[in-house]
Design a protein around this ligand. Structure first.
Ligand code: WTA
Length: 634
């Protein structure tokens, strides 16, 4: 098993060592892996360009570390129990050895289609074992994977394919999600209308629904794999060669491609996984995330496989066929470690206790939470009814850009506190700054959360636009990585994440840029201008509230709303659909034409009596009108 911290004192010693001599600390962690060539230097960095390099000069392959490294003593251990969408369909158990064979075969398939080291391959697939095979095969041949969440629309997929300049797409005919069957391949076909660079599409047969196969472009996964050899020697890649691109939303413009590189990401994903979750030899770990998000990358694929753990991979959704599904699956596989998002907990809470109490849940040892702040009520429900007050809850704070968990309790070691992410992992040096960038030292302080020293899995760049990376994360405060989150450090030195301080909203744990949603709404024919803000939502954490100016205010508002929802679904995907659309005649703007979102946020929250100073507005009258039409119960 990987090196693990065993108690609080060890945590403190290890933390101190990691700050005193980070290079020695991480070199020791990196030593546990298989290197084709050892590194020359552990760390070179500056946050001004930024330029961060870990384990320079080293060569390795992460897929080899996930698979080949375990074959001798864990070859017959199950890597994944796959649980299909329908409980009546038989699942699959895939051992490390079998996964290795599948990955080798598929690596040969990719090679035979001309895929090479450094090329980008886009993966748009449901939660089936083959998505893991596809990801690891890309890594094995040194190609850069760009997984796109299969709930995104054709137009979002086009943007991501084109930005990454991918020439190969891996997908499936369709996917099962709850009681829906989604025509994934049709979406890819639509996307490729505007992505002329794509030469081949590999299609895995999952649902068996009819699809149009474009000859010379589209190929069946199943046929290619049958002919492929099961022998494949993993390609040696440089430590700093990119491993993947993952698109994420920011406060401006289109989503950006966060780039993670190989060695640092490998070391940190395993280290953080092992220490936060504290899995043991016979643990059964289950993360309910989707592969399309960073949690799926780090804590479904890489972390657990690097640590040699057995995981559950789930195709479905928490409420299908009933809201007991999670608990049914926990009992079925005797899951010991369960990792989900607060939004899932809140929606199951709302379905009633009768869906939880019939289940034993006695195998559970550790519960995890990720993606958004967990409110105290949800924390206690999770603790009482799922963990039966017997399982530590690790509230894990991190981001797509951080690659792995940065602030979190270590299960069973750190004393937990509802809605606190508690303490930084070894190697992580958080600082809280005020709006001027002054570090707020000591405890009982609140401000913006930054990190002052690099950790191995920090993002290296944003694909094709390094300046955007510098601007977004490294220019707000000199020599600090700025997270975009507000944070409080309490009197015990515990960290509590307060949510985003920028124009990013977190809807059901999914990051959404307000500008991105506005741009999508503005594509609607009837719309002239829009402004989007987040507001507190009981289940989703935050909901999307859109204020929209239309060509003709007197048109049927419901009809316009329907049309806007359809437009947003078409441009981004159903996850970005506004919860509320208020048609307005004007938006509160300053004399220089800037929308005052602060006011709109207050109105969306229902806090209309507290709007603050509105005298700088070009036309304060619009505020009264918006207040009157607000879609909130006051
Ligand atoms: C939020 C998800 C509070 C935060 C891994 C962050 C959290 C954004 C937590 C990143 C948590 C994530 N408590 N807030 N435990 N975890 N967040 O990139 O605002 O999808 O900046 O990564 O989610 O979202 P992302």
């Amino acid at each position: 098993m990987a090196y693990k911290i065993n108690n609080l004192q060890e945590y403190q010693t290890e933390y101190a060592a990691s700050v005193e001599n980070p290079e020695a600390f991480w070199a020791k962690q990196a030593d546990r892996f298989q290197w084709k060539k050892k590194w020359d230097s552990v760390l070179d960095w500056n946050f001004s360009e930024p330029d961060v390099k870990w384990f320079s000069g080293g060569q390795l392959n992460i897929s080899e570390n996930c698979l080949d490294r375990h074959l001798k003593d864990k070859g017959d251990k199950v890597a994944f129990f796959w649980e299909p969408n329908e409980p009546s369909e038989t699942g699959r158990a895939i051992t490390y050895k079998q996964l290795h064979t599948e990955v080798c075969r598929f690596s040969n398939v990719l090679k035979s289609l001309g895929a090479k080291k450094g090329e980008r391959i886009c993966i748009y697939m449901p939660m089936i074992p083959e998505v893991v095979v596809a990801v690891l095969a890309c890594a094995r041949i040194g190609a850069i994977h760009s997984v796109v969440f299969a709930g995104f629309s054709a137009s979002s997929l086009t943007d991501r394919i084109n930005d990454a300049k991918a020439d190969l797409v891996i997908t499936s005919d369709g996917s099962f999600r709850g009681n829906k069957t989604i025509a994934i391949k049709d979406i890819v076909d639509d996307a490729l209308e505007n992505s002329p660079g794509v030469k081949n599409v590999i299609v895995y047969k999952r649902t068996g629904q009819p699809v149009k196969m474009k000859s010379s472009r589209d190929l069946w996964w199943n046929e290619l794999v049958e002919k492929a050899s099961a022998e494949h020697k993993a390609e040696a890649v440089e430590s700093e060669d990119p491993l993947f691109i993952l698109y994420t939303s920011g406060s401006t413009g289109k989503p950006k491609g966060v780039v993670h590189t190989t060695a640092g990401y490998m070391v940190y994903s395993e280290y953080s996984f092992s220490n936060v979750f504290q899995c043991e030899k016979n643990s059964i770990y289950w993360s309910t995330a989707d592969i399309g998000w960073i949690t799926g990358h780090t804590y479904i694929v890489y972390g657990p496989l690097l640590a040699g753990v057995t995981s559950v991979l789930f195709e479905g959704i928490p409420t299908h066929p009933t809201p007991s599904r999670f608990w049914e699956v926990v009992d079925k596989y005797k899951v010991t470690h369960f990792y989900t998002a607060p939004t899932a907990i809140r929606s199951l809470m709302a379905c009633g206790l009768e869906h939880v109490t019939p289940y034993k849940l006695e195998s559970l040892k550790v519960l995890g939470s990720v993606g958004e702040p967990i409110n105290e009520e949800a924390w206690h429900w999770y603790d009482d009814y799922v963990g039966k007050n017997n399982c530590p809850i690790v509230d894990t704070w991190w981001q797509t850009e951080t690659g792995g968990i940065l602030i979190s309790p270590l299960a069973g070691i750190t004393k937990t506190k509802p809605s606190y992410a508690t303490l930084p992992l070894p190697g992580i040096q958080p600082v809280i700054v005020d709006s001027e960038g002054q570090e707020l030292e000591g405890n009982d302080v609140e401000g913006n959360l930054c990190i002052k020293f690099p950790w191995p899995s920090i993002l290296r760049t944003t694909y094709g636009d390094h300046e955007r990376c510098r601007q977004t994360y490294f220019s707000t405060y000199k020599n600090l990585y700025f997270t975009g989150d507000g944070c409080r450090r309490d009197e015990d030195g515990y960290y509590r994440i307060l949510g985003r301080v920028d124009d990013v909203i977190n809807v059901s744990g999914h990051r959404m840029g307000t500008a991105e949603v506005e741009n999508a709404i503005n594509e609607d024919e009837a719309v002239i201008e829009s402004a989007v803000v987040g507001y507190p939502h009981d289940i989703k954490g935050q909901g999307i509230y859109a204020f929209v100016i239309c060509e003709d205010f007197d048109q049927d508002h419901d009809k316009i709303r329907q049309s806007i929802l359809a437009t947003v679904t078409r441009i981004i995907g159903p996850i970005a659909k506004p919860d509320k659309v208020q048609i307005v005649r004007g938006l509160p703007k300053t004399r220089s034409g800037k929308i005052m979102r602060r006011i709109l946020r207050k109105i969306a929250e229902g806090d209309v009596f507290n709007l603050g100073d509105i005298s700088t507005l070009l036309d304060p009258g619009v505020v009264e009108e918006i207040k009157k039409g607000a879609l909130v119960t006051l």
